[in-house]
Every structure is written in structure tokens, then in C-alpha cells.
Design a protein around this ligand. Structure first.
Ligand code: TPP
Ligand code: MG
Length: 560
């Protein structure tokens, strides 16, 4: 509250700035190091969601940033709070998501004595955050928070970490607020768009890869309109399936881990690749094997909002420093040649995509995750949001689930386990009326499972589908391939996930055969509570295409 002298505490100035910049919810685990900021949330128009672990709070903020394009915000305490939040900060870095993490800090008069839980945040987060700083003077809060919002969003978005000395937050000063930040658009030049038009005129087998951040529903629609006019196949890169309606006739599929071999061949055989927004990093590039580095064997047009990314790994034939939003708007002006050499290719690519995920592959055991994904794609509302963490279970989501509306899939390209539940909570916080389903592995879920309590506390009716195979399946798969039969540190003895859900005050159901899933899902929805559906998966069902035993056998055979 402003005093008679118009002064506010550092904490009050800070929360006022967040409100001015449009923050509507923030996620936190409280700490005595930032009490004055916490107090300033009291009576503010920002919902402050209190979580059980900073990794969950940070992931919730990252997911909000990823999906809205506006920085997600979290508050954590110094030392252990900050290091607990580091997974979310790393995800925001790799996924190019705008995010601002506020960290408590020891008082200014104690700094550099390694006081209680003291860390040097500039050093600790220096290489993972886009910007890490500490605010020493409360009168500079409006300036530095304004910079934080611009830095998190401009160019290639990313995480900003701001340390807040506790006495600085208590100090009262009189200072004017800064105005709300406005996102800075990065437009392509006219001559670049003309060159692109020329390259497309000369191409024989072009393809579009969409990835990265700074997309909107409108940009996605503009891209698809362009793809229709040019009959271009459009694939999404690893964990970016939310960008495109999977049933659009130009959609060619998910180019992530273990992609459709026909899509892989298409990308490798393309003579022009239009990469929009993404970095074509290790996962979509299949271990940097698809294009040679630094000179790709095909003509690469790389469109990216961060100038530093252009030419960083791949030397593009044409580099366009633009955000997908601006670039896709500019696509409207491009005119296709009268004769399109590749006509029919987008339809063929879409048919290949549909065929690849049409029916579930047979797997050992009574619960087939592929059939469950097909049931979800046929029965979830079109605007449902599916979130996922990391593990082999995700392979079934990418192959058999189909996103129908922009933003319908939320995952971490960084492959951070434990992502799905907090991401689902973040989504349910901002989209109260959309159905939110988290698909998790057994190992994956328990990395952030404690925040099921947050779902119950805030009545966020997310439905978590836990694919329990009793193993850290991905690692066991690699183990059987590299060290066949020498199983170590990959077995899991799991809790009863139904009892777990009930103990937290949620709903739980177990599924021991595929046919029981629809009823379990209906009951979970009808309960109106956060729910866990515990799928009993046979550990042999390690991917949609092979079994653990087959991988071990193949590896042993290669050694004989
Ligand atoms: C935070 C984090 N720790 C460890 C890993 C390495 N890792 C990748 S997948 C995986 C196992 C996933 O197990 P689970 O969630 O049970 O899924 P499954 O593979 O069995 O389907 C591990 C340990 C990771 N990606 N992220
Ligand atoms: Mg598992």
C-alpha cells in the first residue's frame, strides 16, 4: 500500500509491475527470503498458486509461458528453492519459452559471506538463463522488471532469473511505475520473401518443418493456408505437435524421436526445407544425422526470431530473422507457380501420416497404450489439452494421439521427466473450461507427483493417465541394447496409484485391460476431481514396434 509520501515497499512495487505487465497468475513455494513480496500479493489481482515443490512451480510457469507467449512467473526461495526450480529454467531455455523466475536472496548487508542459503544467481544461472540479475535498489524495480519482460520475450524467448535481496524488498521508496511491455515483432524483409518465392518456384520436392516458439493460432492458420496454396507437406518437430491441426490435409506428421520412416525419407529427399521457428536440434535431426553440418546437403531456408540461431549449427541457403507470427503473416503475399512440380505431395504425406497412426500395433499385455491414445483422440473434445513428460510411453502419444486445436499438446523438447503433471496444472489454471489430460510414465509421474496435492487444493480436475510398466523403460531399453541382460537401476517398485490419488483427495481407477479404459475415464470425468488412471502396462511393451526381449536378443545376436 502506498504511504502518505507515495512510497511503496520493494515487494509492493514489484507486484504492481507484474500486474501492469499483464501477469494473471504466479506459481510459488513460499520462503522467508521474500516475505515482503508475498505480502504484496495480498489483495492483488494476481492469483498466487502455492505448490509443493519448486520444480513443479517452475514447470507450471514455463508451460504458461510456452502456451501464451507471455512470460510465466514463479517465485522461489533462495538456495534450495532456486536449485529445485532449475529443471523448469532449463526447460524454458531449451524450449525457448518466456519465463521469469524470482528468487529470494540474503540481505544486502550479508552478501558474499555465504550466508544462510546464499547463492550467486548470476553465476549459478548464468549459462542457463537468458539473463540473470539481482536488484539492489528498489527504485530500479520498474526499469529492471520492464527489461525482464522484454528480454524473456524478444528474439528467441527464454528464462530470466531475478534475485531479490530480502531487505531490498522491505525498503520503501517513491518511484513511478513503468508502462506495460509490448512484444517486439521481428518481420522478414520483402527481398527475403521474394527470394523464398523464387526458391519455391524452382523446387521439386519442398517440405515445411514447423517448430520453436512465438507461434499463435493465427500464425498456424496462415501457414496452413500457404501450405494449401502451394500443396506443401508440413511436419512438426519434436514435441511441437500443438502447432498444427493433425487432420489438416497438409499435415505430414511428427518429426521427433522414431518418426514415421516415410516422413524421414521425405525430409531426407527434400530439395528445399523451410524450417520455421525451430532449431532442428538433436532430437528432430535424429542425432544431427539428417542434414550435414555446417553445409546441409539440401537448400535450407531457416526462419528464426533469434538472430544468433541463424547459422549457428546449419548454414542456411536463406536465413530469415523473423518470428513465426510475422513470417506466417507475410506468407499471404506469396504466389505459387502455375504448375506446381510436387502437386500431390502434401496429400501423399498426409495419407502416410494417417496410415502410420491409424491402428494400434499389437503389444504384449492386456493394456495397449496405442488403443488408449486412439480412444482419447476419438473421444476428447477438440480443444482438449494433453500434456506429457518423458519416457517411452510418450512414443504412443506422438504416434497415435492427434492434436485438433492449436495448443492441444504440451511437452518439453528438453525431455525433462516430471513435466506432464505441472504442465497440466498450469494449463488448467489458465483454461478452466478445457479438458486437460496428462499422460505420464510411472517414473515420470513420481518426479513431480507430490503436486497432485496442488491439483486437489485448487480443484483443478486434471486427469492423469499413468502408464505403469514398473521400469524406467527408456533406460532399460538402452540398457538391453548396449548391455544386454545386465539390468541395473531401472526396476521400479511402485505405489498403488489409485490409493495415492484417493489419499490426496482425488479420484483413482485402475485399468488392467484396454476395454476398461473408457469407463475409467468417464468415471474420472464424472468425479469432477483431479484423477489418476493407473494403467497396468506389460514391461515387454517397450515401444509400439518392439519388445524388450527382442531388443536383448538382437543385441546378443550381434555379439555372438
Ligand atoms: C529429469 C530426468 N531425469 C532422468 C531422465 C533420463 N530418463 C529418460 S526417460 C527415463 C525413464 C522414464 O521412465 P518412465 O517414466 O517410467 O517411462 P517409460 O520409459 O517406462 O515409459 C529416464 C530415467 C530424464 N529424461 N529426465
Ligand atoms: Mg515406466
Amino acid at each position: 500500500m502506498r504511504g502518505k509520501d507515495n512510497a511503496r515497499s520493494g515487494g509492493e512495487i514489484l507486484i504492481d509491475q507484474l500486474s501492469i505487465h499483464g501477469v494473471r497468475q504466479a506459481f510459488c513455494v513460499p520462503g522467508e527470503s521474500y516475505l515482503a513480496a508475498l505480502d504484496a500479493f495480498y489483495g492483488s489481482d494476481i492469483d498466487l498458486i502455492v505448490c509443493r515443490h519448486e520444480s513443479a512451480a517452475a514447470i507450471m510457469a514455463e508451460a504458461v509461458g510456452k502456451m501464451t507467449g507471455r512470460p510465466g512467473v514463479c517465485f522461489v526461495t533462495r538456495g534450495p528453492g532456486a536449485t529445485n526450480a532449475s529443471a523448469g529454467i532449463h526447460i524454458a531455455r531449451q524450449d525457448s519459452s518466456p519465463m521469469i523466475v524470482f528468487v529470494g536472496q540474503v540481505g544486502r548487508d550479508m552478501r558474499d559471506r555465504e550466508a544462510f542459503q546464499e547463492l550467486d544467481y548470476r553465476a549459478v544461472f548464468g549459462t542457463v538463463a537468458k539473463w540473470a540479475t539481482e536488484i539492489d535498489d528498489p527504485s530500479r524495480i520498474p526499469e529492471l522488471i520492464s527489461r525482464a519482460f522484454h528480454t524473456a520475450c524478444n528474439g528467441r524467448p527464454g528464462p530470466v532469473v531475478i534475485a531479490l535481496p530480502e531487505d531490498m524488498l522491505r525498503e520503501r521508496v517513491s518511484v513511478a511505475d513503468a508502462a506495460a511491455y509490448a512484444p517486439v515483432e521481428t518481420w522478414p524483409g520483402q527481398s527475403e520473401m521474394q527470394r523464398l518465392e523464387g526458391l519455391l518456384r524452382d523446387a521439386k520436392r519442398p517440405i515445411v518443418l514447423a517448430g520453436g516458439s512465438r507461434w499463435t493460432e493465427q500464425a498456424s492458420a496462415q501457414l496452413l493456408n500457404f501450405a494449401e496454396r502451394y500443396a506443401l507437406p508440413v511436419a512438426t518437430t519434436f514435441r511441437r505437435g500443438h502447432l498444427i491441426d493433425a487432420m489438416h490435409p497438409c499435415y505430414a506428421g511428427d518429426f521427433g524421436i522414431g518418426p514415421n520412416p516415410k516422413l524421414l525419407a521425405r525430409v531426407k529427399g527434400a530439395d528445399l526445407v523451410l524450417l520455421i521457428g525451430g532449431r532442428f536440434s538433436e532430437m528432430p535431426s535424429q542425432g544431427y544425422s539428417v542434414f550435414s553440418i555446417p553445409e546441409p546437403q539440401t537448400k535450407l531456408v531457416h526462419v528464426h526470431p533469434g538472430a544468433d540461431e541463424l547459422g549457428r549449427v546449419y548454414h542456411p541457403h536463406l536465413a530469415i530473422n523473423a518470428a513465426p507470427t510475422a513470417f506466417c503473416a507475410a506468407l499471404d503475399a506469396l504466389r505459387p507457380p502455375k504448375e506446381i512440380a510436387w502437386r500431390g505431395e502434401s496429400a501423399a504425406a498426409h495419407a502416410d501420416f494417417l496410415a502410420w497412426g491409424e491402428t494400434a500395433t499389437p503389444v504384449p499385455g492386456a493394456v495397449n497404450l496405442g488403443e488408449i491414445m486412439i480412444w482419447l483422440r476419438e473421444n476428447l473434445p477438440a480443444d482438449a489439452i494433453v500434456t506429457l513428460g518423458a519416457g517411452n510411453f510418450a512414443g504412443w502419444v506422438h504416434r497415435f494421439y492427434r492434436v485438433r486445436k492449436f495448443g492441444g499438446l504440451v511437452g518439453a523438447t528438453s525431455g525433462s521427466m516430471g513435466y506432464g503433471l505441472p504442465a497440466a496444472l498450469g494449463m488448467q489454471c489458465i483454461y478452466r473450461n478445457r479438458t486437460v489430460v496428462c499422460v505420464a510414465g510411472d517414473g515420470d509421474f513420481l518426479m513431480t507427483g507430490q503436486d497432485f496435492a496442488t491439483a486437489v487444493q485448487y480443484e483443478l480436475p486434471v486427469i492423469v493417465v499413468v502408464a505403469d510398466n514398473g521400469i524406467y523403460g527408456t533406460i532399460r531399453m538402452h540398457q538391453e541394447r548396449e548391455y544386454p541382460g545386465r539390468v541395473i537401476a531401472t526396476k521400479l517398485r511402485n505405489p498403488d496409484f489409485v490409493a495415492y490419488a484417493l489419499a490426496f483427495g482425488g479420484y483413482g481407477a485402475v485399468v488392467e485391460k484396454t476395454a476398461d479404459f473408457p469407463a475409467a475415464f468417464a468415471a474420472a470425468r464424472a468425479s469432477g476431481k483431479p484423477s489418476i488412471i493407473h494403467l497396468k502396462i506389460d514391461p515387454e511393451a517397450i515401444t509400439p514396434a518392439t519388445t524388450l526381449a527382442a531388443i536383448r536378443e538382437k543385441s546378443l545376436a550381434g555379439r555372438r
